[in-house]
Design a protein around this ligand. Structure first.
Ligand SMILES: *Cc1c(COP(=O)(O)O)cnc(C)c1O
Length: 238
């Protein structure tokens, strides 16, 4: 959020990403509106978010609580903008984020689910509705990575269901880093199969997977949200 390069041609980049999603859904025989673009705005200035909002974008993803709340305050005049937290959340930050956030995509423990539920009951304006939650699964079982292991899913799902102001929406994953977009496919397929095992699309309608380099593979494996940063805003400053 410090000195940033000149804004790229956001309108052209935005159009290109929407067309990319449309082509990929069409190629899979899926409805174009079955995949939602989450614009990942971390490190990019609030002005860039405002510009993209002006072009019609409504869902924005941020990784850090402080950056998200600062931008949310700057952009509070855009009431239907939806903030998604896509980075790690410590339980002690749940309180700060509850008044702003639409969807926490990175819930990975029962403890965090219960804390978010409590803050959503205490601090969340009624007008925002229930706080949407995705559970982040560490499908690659990478020791350095956040997210819960597949065998922990049942307990965390139960914790979310026990909180009246949380709305369980689905699963999210960040696959192991791969040069080739096809390298992400096994992780995406695993997330989709975990959804089937735990109630299917009726219980878990959203699958958040796919980033700038592997959007097509994610959509082929059933993504309903793709999280795109670089391909939309250009390289991140810093
Ligand atoms: C930064 C980030 C993205 C966007 O990555 P790009 O490669 O810039 O599209 C998506 N998801 C998560 C969890 C991220 O941290």
């Amino acid at each position: 959020m410090t000195a940033s390069p000149p804004l790229p041609d956001l309108a052209a980049l935005y159009r290109a990403q929407l067309e990319r999603i449309a082509r990929a859904t069409e190629g899979q025989g899926r409805a174009p509106d079955s995949v939602r673009l989450i614009a990942v705005s971390k490190y990019h200035p609030a002005d860039a978010i405002r510009a993209l909002y002006g072009l019609g974008q409504r869902d924005f993803g941020e990784n850090y609580v402080q950056e998200l709340t600062q931008k949310a305050e700057l952009l509070a005049d855009l009431p239907d903008l939806r903030w998604h937290l896509i980075g790690h959340l410590q339980s002690n930050k749940a309180r700060a984020i509850a008044p702003w956030i639409h969807c926490v995509q990175t819930v990975a423990s029962a403890k965090l689910a219960l804390e978010l539920g409590r803050r959503a009951r205490e601090r969340r304006p009624e007008t925002l509705g229930p706080l949407e939650v995705l559970l982040e699964v560490n499908v690659g079982r990478e020791p350095q990575k956040a997210g819960l292991l597949p065998e922990e899913l049942g307990a965390v799902l139960e914790a979310v269901d026990s909180e009246p102001r949380l709305a369980l929406r689905g699963l999210m994953a960040i696959p192991p880093i791969a040069e080739d977009p096809e390298g992400s496919r096994p992780a995406f397929a695993e997330l989709a199969s975990l959804r089937e095992r735990w109630g299917g699309a009726a219980r878990l309608p959203e699958l958040s997977m796919g980033m700038s380099h592997d959007v097509e593979v994610a959509i082929a494996e059933g993504a309903t949200m793709v999280r795109v940063g670089t391909a939309l805003f250009g390289e991140r400053p810093r």
